[in-house]
Write a protein that binds this ligand. Structure first.
Ligand code: DGJ
Length: 733
């Protein structure tokens, strides 16, 4: 008798695996939870048409040619040209309600495959495969990936692209017949990684449509696949992108894929984010302390470091309420600019004649934590380390790769290099009162081989970096680490297992940051996304924006400031008010549900965070362009309890709509200190009228549930000192 299908169910999601065939189990269903599966396997079994093979062809988790699958292979490799096609048969399947472990062997190819899948309480599927060579000689693995079928009603794909200063930009394509393969060959996660590959029903949006999505959690080469065949199969999948000869398995050796995370949502992209955020927040090591306000020195002073200058900056930082002061690049070795010194992780006696301790004492004395920038995987050819150990630089042999940002990559898979860097970082953290490391990584990996053998080394390097981080964290468990890679070049769920924050982008122009943060937060909750208030004129775009826009968007993350606060353009009083608001709101922002309205007008975005008990929320009504309508239309405030009555009013200091209504019209009726009272169902369907806003402005809206039983009457005017929402009523024409 054929074994029963396996039904995993958790968090409102079901996955059904059919194991009646001779090969690997086939996913017959992945989507909304099913109470019972009945005859599902029979109902959806494909009709055998006998093209690739006689008999039904399904998409197994690791699809193989032998099963009749001629789409993207789940496995590719060979043993000196043989054993390139596999036919795995299950040897053992163990499962519970929320997880399955499948062991399979191919006695001819002498390979063993293990697939583990867990359906986490948040409804996210997490899985990986492992391959062991049981035969003599080397099995050269080229590719091992997991694929998951998606239904044919997925008409559109969404994935991401980008570059330095413009990370994680969305791109939509029709999900047509054929393959869409996104390869990242940069040797780091990459600005343009597929990030979250989504397949959804036609027109799926923030709050509507069904979406199936997949994230390949790896910080080296990666490949994401979406394929629709003319035999009625559609699938999404992912795995590591291996370079030629990178994984050669000797007898008894095992290769393990990165973890794959897959989510399903019946309520658009917000439903997906809610699952991913819930999953991440449930981790025991998820940061739970209030996310401290950071002041980072990079755009404030760049390489111009001195005790005097940084003492003044630290003083201003403390004045506005900062809680963590991070000394960026330039404090070590010969690092007076970006051409020299990487690898020499000792404090520069030229810049810091008495070491870092005097600055740390100032910072700690002001009640702030001290953080330090490092870039441990890199080396400048102009450094003591490179002169002492030229053989530690990654290369394919005799030829050195071309430099990028004047730097090369240290071969951390070399135990001597690894130990040296570990020792230096350990000493820094042991000898100084350091609470935080900003861990940077500023170049792509080009010709990144192990210099002694010349063999490709991105795979080993990525795992070595994980080991380095793991070891440091074990030795210094209280030190938090930020993942930075020339801005947001290393944002993935595996680096986030070892870090507490990601730096989303080197672009801190609020206009550019709106999409970068929106799309980064599709996967990553706000408390893990570093977002800084920059100078009035952005250093990377030269766009000048008011503090209300810079701060009103930066508070939607882990807030920081990256601005010379000793400069005359620094309005410390207003900045302090924003910092105070962030501190007041962070319990909500960092635990609540992130929501986005589907806004028809491309000039506007509505981002909100709703408390888990839906008792309160904050919404940001953001304009990034000129509206097609004048005055603009209405937007909904999604995510609230439909049955409760809420007090809705503008939130100071982001309460001044700052548009030309003051010049051309009268006040927007609801946008007064007094606000309005509305049911959640009304806010979710009718919503609020948008104010007239200049491009690149934000209006914050605070929403609080009234105690049950209160009548939805307009409250008394709560205006207090500092409230300026009524300013928009001033007619200056
Ligand atoms: C790139 C980072 O993204 C910046 O924030 C800064 O730390 C520089 N590196 C320093 O070199």
């Amino acid at each position: 008798m054929a074994p029963d299908p396996i039904h995993l169910s958790a968090g409102g999601v079901s996955l059904v695996l059919d194991r009646s065939g001779p090969g690997l189990p086939v996913v017959v269903y992945w989507g909304a939870a099913l109470p019972e599966i009945g005859d599902l396997g029979t109902a959806v079994a494909p009709q055998p048409i006998g093209f690739s093979v006689d008999g039904p062809v399904g998409v197994s988790l690791v699809p193989e040619q032998s099963s009749g699958w001629l789409g993207y292979p789940g496995i590719a490799g060979h043993r000196e040209g043989r054993d390139w096609a596999t036919a795995f048969a299950c040897s053992e399947v163990r499962h519970g309600a929320a997880g399955v472990r499948i062991s399979a062997v191919d006695p001819v190819a002498k390979l063993e495959l293990t697939i583990t899948l867990e359906l986490l309480p948040a409804g996210i599927l997490r899985g990986r495969a492992a391959l062991t060579n049981n035969g003599p000689g080397t099995y050269w693995l080229e590719h091992l990936a997991l694929l998951l079928p998606v239904p044919e009603r997925t008409a559109e794909l969404l994935d991401f692209t980008g570059h330095h200063l413009r990370e994680r930009q969305p791109q939509r394509t029709a999900f047509t017949h054929g393959m869409r393969v996104r390869e990242n060959r940069t040797g780091r996660t990459g600005y343009d990684s597929a990030f979250l590959l989504c397949a959804g029903t036609a027109g799926f949006g923030n709050r509507h449509g069904e979406v199936w999505a997949l994230h390949t959690a790896f910080s080296g080469g990666a490949r994401s696949i979406a394929e629709r065949t003319y035999h009625g199969h559609s699938a999404i999948g992912g795995g590591e992108l291996l370079l030629p000869g990178e994984v050669g398995l000797a007898q008894g050796q095992t290769y393990q894929t990165p973890l794959l995370y897959a989510g399903y949502s019946a309520t658009g992209l917000d439903g997906l984010s809610a699952r991913f955020h819930t999953m991440l927040r449930a981790r025991p090591h998820h940061p739970s302390s209030p996310r401290p306000v950071v002041v980072n020195t990079w755009e404030a002073v760049y390489f111009d470091q001195s005790l005097e200058r940084l003492t003044a900056l630290a003083g201003a930082a403390a004045t506005v309420g900062a809680e963590r002061f991070v000394l960026d690049d330039g404090w070590f070795g010969s690092r007076r600019d970006d051409t020299s010194g990487l690898g020499d992780w000792t404090v520069s006696p030229d810049v810091w004649p008495d070491g870092l301790t005097p600055l740390i004492a100032v910072v700690r004395g002001l009640g702030m934590e001290f953080g330090l920038w490092v870039e441990p995987e890199m080396i400048n050819p102009d450094s003591e380390l490179a002169r002492a150990h030229p053989d530690w630089i990654m290369a394919t042999g005799a030829r050195q790769p071309r430099t990028a940002r004047s730097q090369q990559v240290l071969d951390l898979a070399n135990p001597a290099a690894f130990d040296h860097i570990l020792k230096r970082l350990d000493a820094l953290l042991t000898d100084h009162d350091i609470a935080y490391l900003k861990w940077d990584h500023n170049r792509d990996l080009v010709e990144a081989g192990h210099p002694a053998s010349g063999r490709a080394g991105v795979h080993d390097q990525t795992l070595a970096v994980y080991r380095l981080l793991d070891e440091l964290r074990a030795r210094h468990p209280r030190v938090e680490i930020e993942s930075c890679s020339s801005g947001g070049g290393r944002v993935d769920l595996e680096i986030l297992e070892r870090t507490d924050r990601i730096w989303a982008s080197d672009c801190i122009d609020a206009h550019e940051r709106v999409p970068i943060q929106r799309w980064t937060s599709l996967l990553v909750p706000l408390e893990l996304i570093g977002s800084h208030i920059g100078a009035p004129a952005s250093h990377t775009t030269h766009r000048t924006l008011p503090l209300s826009m810079r701060a009103g968007t930066a508070i939607l993350g882990h807030l920081g400031i990256e601005w010379d606060l000793t400069a005359p353009d620094a309005d410390l009083t207003e900045l302090a008010a924003w910092v105070a608001l962030y501190k007041e709101l962070r319990p909500l922002l960092h635990t609540g549900t992130l929501v986005h309205a589907d806004v028809a007008d491309p000039a506007f975005a509505v981002t909100g965070v709703v408390a888990q008990d839906r008792s309160e929320a904050l919404y940001a009504l953001i304009s990034t362009g000129t509206s097609a309508s004048y005055p603009p239309g209405t937007v909904t405030l999604p995510g609230l309890d439909p049955d409760r009555v809420y007090h809705v009013r503008p939130q100071p200091p982001g309460d001044v709509p700052d548009g030309n209504a003051a010049a051309w019209g009268a006040a927007l009726p609801w946008c007064t200190p007094r606000g309005v009272h509305l049911h959640g169902v009304t806010l979710g369907n009718a919503g609020l009228r948008l104010p007239v806003l200049y491009p690149d402005r934000v209006l914050l809206v605070r929403v609080s549930a009234l105690p049950t039983g209160d009548a939805p009457a307009v409250p008394a005017d709560p205006a207090g000192p500092g409230f300026s929402g009524s300013d928009i009523g001033r007619v200056t024409r």
